[in-house]
Design a binder for this molecule. Structure first.
Ligand code: UD1
Length: 372
């Protein structure tokens, strides 16, 4: 590989909560053979430090600061900073995860410096090119040397785009590894429910943060009306992402939430404990779609497309063009039967230990010097 000397370390690049959660298993497996750069895309305590506190073994080596910048600036600044980092700290591979601006920046930097690039969660497509995440996925897969596809359908998508088999590995989903440490014990679940004053199955849990969901006033107002209507008869919890918070304020929609119980963003363990016991989850997140499936909870996805179509055969429902007020009310009334129907279904996320499989492949392709 032209460019820089290759040392024994592997660099994990992460910028947001979901990347940290889904790379935690790999970080632990790498131990002191791994370095972690945090791009600073998520910088609030609740958005980052609280996440790391729950993820033993994820020790950030270096920080870059791109938080609060526009998308183009985030990608540009992080690409420059990671490029400089790689020139100063040669590694044998760079790993990025998912579809954020930090993912793409890590990919572009590795590609520019000539270091092998591994993309975890490759081959997911919503086919909605208006979403920055979709473009980040496509561009990252285009430069990746190893595309780690969670399931066979993701590998097929990559092949349709011309990615050759030697660049593809079907690995399973690293979220399943994360849940082995993040899933709450019965005591932790009981504590989370008590903290929020709710009982298992008797509340709805909502997260919304995507630009496509919250940046348009009319669309957000409609969702808020639907959430407030549900909160008139049911307990509704809404841990509020900073993007959503700022949009609600700017659009004058905070009051319209009515009885919806708003909290600060929650650390992963507490949030997942609430997911696992929710009567219904409503979200526009990618990771929450997988978590709802793994916890077997009904989920209404408030988007009109998903990059996880494997969940559309009953695991979750896409809002699409439906009126959120009727869709939310219907989902809540269907939720008890819906949850029962999920209890015995096979989970579509393949074998566990995806992180180990990814690391074994990195070691095979780009071995540490002692084994070369
Ligand atoms: C990003 C990812 C999205 C992922 C999500 C997880 C992209 C394009 N989007 O969206 O795919 O699902 O993270 O949460 O990369 N902010 C704070 N404090 C923080 C972080 C952000 O106040 O700790 C503010 C930012 O200044 C900005 C807004 O929230 O105004 C949005 O943050 P940004 O990082 O651009 O994207 P997310 O919406 O978090």
């Amino acid at each position: 590989m032209a460019g820089i000397d290759i040392s024994d370390q592997v660099l994990l690049v992460m910028g947001t909560r979901p990347e940290a959660i889904k790379l935690a298993g790999l970080a632990r497996a790498l131990g002191d053979r791994g370095r972690i750069v945090h791009t600073g895309q998520h910088y609030d305590k609740e958005m980052w430090q609280d996440v790391l506190a729950d993820l033993a073994g994820v020790d950030v080596t270096d920080h870059i600061t791109i938080g609060g910048l526009s998308r183009g600036e985030q990608i540009g600044d992080a690409t420059s900073a990671i490029t400089r980092y790689l020139l100063e700290h040669p590694v044998r591979a760079v790993v990025v995860q998912g579809d954020t601006n930090s993912t793409l920046a890590g990919g572009l930097a590795a590609s520019a410096v000539g270091v092998p690039l591994v993309h975890v969660e490759a081959g997911l497509r919503s086919h909605d090119r208006r979403m920055p995440e979709e473009l980040n996925r496509i561009l990252t897969d285009a430069v990746a040397d190893l595309c780690c596809a969670p399931i066979e359908a993701n590998a097929d998508q990559l092949r349709r785009e011309g990615v050759t088999d030697d660049r593809i590995l079907v690995t399973g989903n690293t979220l399943a590894d994360a849940l082995s440490t993040l899933a709450a014990t019965p005591d932790e679940s009981a504590a989370a429910l008590a903290t929020h004053g709710v009982r298992a199955g008797e509340y709805a849990l909502i997260t919304v943060h995507r630009a496509g969901t919250v940046d348009d006033r009319q669309a957000l107002a409609c969702l808020v009306e639907a959430f407030a209507a549900l909160a008139r008869t049911t307990t509704v919890l809404l841990p509020l992402h900073p993007r959503t918070h700022s949009r609600l304020r700017a659009f004058g929609l905070e009051e319209a939430l009515g009885n919806v119980r708003v909290t600060a963003p929650l650390a992963p363990k507490e949030f997942m404990a609430l997911e696992a016991c929710a009567g219904l989850i409503i979200s526009d997140s990618g990771g929450v779609q997988e978590e709802a499936c793994l916890f077997r909870r009904p989920l209404l996805v408030v988007r009109d497309s998903t990059e996880r179509p494997e969940l559309l055969d009953g695991w979750c429902l896409l809002l699409g063009d439906d009126d959120p007020r009727t869709a939310v009310a219907r989902a809540w009334s269907d939720a008890p039967d819906w949850a029962r129907s999920l209890a015995a279904r096979p989970i579509p996320y393949g074998a566990p230990e995806a992180s180990q499989r990814i690391l074994a492949e990195i070691d095979r392709r780009w071995p540490p010097s002692a084994t070369r």
